[in-house]
Design a protein around this ligand. Structure first.
Ligand SMILES: Nc1cc(-c2ccc3ccn(Cc4ccccc4)c3c2)n[nH]1
Length: 250
């Protein structure tokens, strides 16, 4: 997968060189390219913003540099397989299901804005050329879209084949689909490691029993317990077929 990110703060995307995503890029699974939006300005001050039409606070990002950037990165006629992602507080919620959908694309272009956002006409013009997703990573307000891009690139990247080692498969992710069995659809329960006793607190004995069937049942019970406590809304949404009869007996 090729990922292009256009931003006025390229250094904000430095974390993509680290760890999981950094290794995937080094392995060639991801081809991540970060671009400075001002590359596509031509005035002496490399202007990317202007005052809002109709008045109001702050500044709005001009459509021209974004359009030139998009056209430079995705020349007309080469849009097949490309999707434009625009982080915004007013977007569709970015969920695991959206991450799974985006993971099927061959090319993602991210347009993290600053100020009060980008002139609407850029999004409208882009939507005539390729699918545009305006996505929110949560109901809180950031100062710009770069952090949202880090979130989305990590959530999408870890789903790509070869990115997670076999040991950390994404198949049982909390927010995966319950219908796939396993823990998908539930929150993760508690995890433990050595020592068996720490701070006078013991690891639940079942985890030291070596009885894998009993351990699996215990872990599912704990995941159900935590989900019911922290996110009852997810219990509502569980596919009934994904709950076995012991679950229903709870
Ligand atoms: N989930 C989520 C996304 C954002 C986000 C994304 C991109 C931008 C670009 C500028 N801002 C600042 C802004 C604040 C308020 C109203 C409009 C713009 C952004 C915020 N905040 N929260």
């Amino acid at each position: 997968m090729r990922i292009d990110i256009v931003t006025i703060f390229p250094e904000y995307l430095a974390p993509l060189d680290v760890s999981l995503i950094g290794k995937a890029a080094a392995a060639g699974i991801l081809d991540i390219r970060v671009h400075e939006l001002r590359t596509w300005t031509h005035d002496r001050h490399n202007t990317v913003d202007d005052s809002p039409c109709g008045g109001g606070p702050g500044m709005v990002m001009k459509p021209e540099p974004w359009w030139e950037a998009l056209t430079g990165l995705v020349p007309p006629g080469t849009e097949a397989g490309t999707r434009l992602i625009v982080p915004t507080p007013s977007g569709r919620p970015f969920t695991q299901r959206v991450a799974e959908d985006l993971a099927t694309a061959s090319h993602l272009v991210f347009a993290p804005a600053r100020y009060e956002g980008i002139d609407r006409r850029f999004v409208e013009a882009a939507a005539e050329r390729m699918p545009v997703e305006e996505l929110s990573i949560g109901d809180y307000v950031l100062a710009g879209g770069e952090v949202a891009v880090l979130v989305m690139v990590e959530a999408v990247g870890r789903l790509l084949p070869g990115v997670l080692g076999n040991a950390e498969s994404a198949k049982d992710d909390s927010f995966g689909h319950a219908s796939e069995g396993g823990m998908a659809g539930l929150l993760e329960g508690p995890v433990y490691t050595k020592p068996a006793t720490w701070d006078g607190r013991e690891v639940p004995p079942v985890l030291l029993s070596g009885n894998h069937a009993v351990i699996a049942r215990w872990r599912r019970d704990e995941a159900l317990r935590r989900t019911a406590a922290m996110r009852p809304d997810l219990i509502e949404g569980l596919d009934p077929d994904a709950l076995d009869k012991k679950d229903r007996a709870r």
